[in-house]
Write a protein that binds this ligand. Structure first.
Ligand code: GLA
Length: 366
């Protein structure tokens, strides 16, 4: 049987954090970094998975069920399980994974792995599933097999990614609209500042935020916070519990910032986009409480050194900050951030200049 290759990128969410499971809006792009998979199908009923990030291979049967495989290989087994659950046969064989997306950095390394494995299995089986269906399968693997209660953003961001474009995702209607995103053409750079402080989403904080949002919606007599979006923060006037108000206020204002960012991008107004980034960070820090002192310091250092704006990206509690900087300020901002963060006793961050990259395909990892 033929050997197939498939790879999928990580994602950077430009804005719209913790809005996906609240049926709101987000605006992600794909990272240049990719996770690549080689699949050699066989007649066996077993899959063997090698990863350049693990000491030994993992082995499981193609009729695996939740709980049978744990750790990193659960994401792979989860895809096999979810694909079979959707009525598709999965052959046995050997999968070899080369992980190019840093784990725990808020860059959706889990979804990159899921989408790369899914694409390789589909390719080997000669199956064509539309990307929404693929996103649902990968999401199911993560929620029900791995047990991480994440939303649908990462899978949609990856599967629909296009170079030099962001995707405006509406999670209520499950629609995506490409939005031109080419700051470099306007003399502005998007910097990805990696704190190297890692998080774990299967851990309690993400689930706790999700539960708070559900409580907030219930307290407002709504099925989801999206139902009150049109009323804006005025919808919260009668809510009693201050924690509920702050969590919901983040979601409602963040959704509006996503829409405002799209408008600013359409006007190529990167100064306005920067201000929206900074406001989003403040909302994540003060209302949603998902940043850390380390991450706040990185964002503040970038802004104090002259960035147009900066915000944490991803689920929170560590990971990466993105900053928009004019080309003439880039070197100074990078140097100032490294210095201030190092002086505060944290590891010096890694900073790269990124552009919106390709979606999944048979391209190898760079
Ligand atoms: C993680 C989850 C996503 C989303 C973000 C926060 O990346 O996987 O579903 O909730 O956090 O925006």
């Amino acid at each position: 049987m033929t050997v197939v290759h498939h790879s999928a990128p990580g994602r950077v969410n430009l804005i719209g954090e913790h809005t996906d499971y609240n049926l709101g809006f987000a605006l992600p792009i794909a990272l240049p970094a990719r996770t690549a998979v080689t699949f050699e199908p066989s007649d066996s009923a077993e899959l063997t998975v090698h990863s350049d990030r693990a000491d030994g291979p993992a082995r499981f049967r193609v009729d695996t069920t939740p709980g049978a495989v744990t750790g990193w290989a659960a994401y792979v087994a989860g895809i096999v399980w979810a694909l079979r659950h959707a009525g598709h046969d999965v052959p046995g064989g050997t999968l070899t994974i080369s992980g190019g997306v840093e784990m725990g950095a808020g860059l959706a390394s889990s979804a990159a792995l899921e989408c790369a494995v899914l694409g390789a299995l589909l390719r080997a089986a000669g199956l064509h599933l539309d990307p929404i269906e693929q996103a649902r399968i990968a999401h199911r693997a993560e929620n029900e097999y791995v047990g991480a209660p994440t939303g649908l953003m990462d899978q949609l961001a990856i599967l629909f990614a296009e170079p030099l474009r962001a995707q405006l995702i509406d999670f209520c209607h499950l629609t995506l609209r490409p939005v031109a995103f080419d700051p470099d053409a306007r003399g502005v750079a998007l910097l990805l500042i990696n704190s190297h402080a890692t998080h774990r989403h299967a851990g309690g904080e993400y689930a706790a935020r999700r539960a708070s949002c559900e409580q907030a919606a219930a307290a407002l007599g709504a099925d989801s916070l999206r139902d009150v979006q049109d009323r804006g923060v005025a919808a919260l006037a009668d809510a009693a519990d201050p924690d509920t108000v702050r969590r919901a206020r983040h979601v409602i204002t963040e959704n509006q910032r996503v829409l405002d960012t799209v408008e600013a991008l359409e006007a190529a107004d990167f100064a306005a986009v920067g201000r929206l980034f900074t406001a989003s960070h403040a909302s994540m820090r003060d209302d949603f409480e998902i940043t850390t002192e380390h991450i706040d310091l990185i964002a503040d250092a970038a802004i104090d050194a002259g960035a147009l704006g900066a915000r944490m990206t991803g689920g929170g509690f560590g990971g990466c900050v993105i900053a928009l900087v004019t080309a003439d300020m880039k070197a100074a901002v990078e140097a100032a951030v490294r210095q201030r963060v190092g002086d505060a006793g944290y590891r010096r961050p890694t900073i790269i200049h990124i552009r919106a990259g390709h979606g999944p395909g048979d391209q190898a990892a760079p």
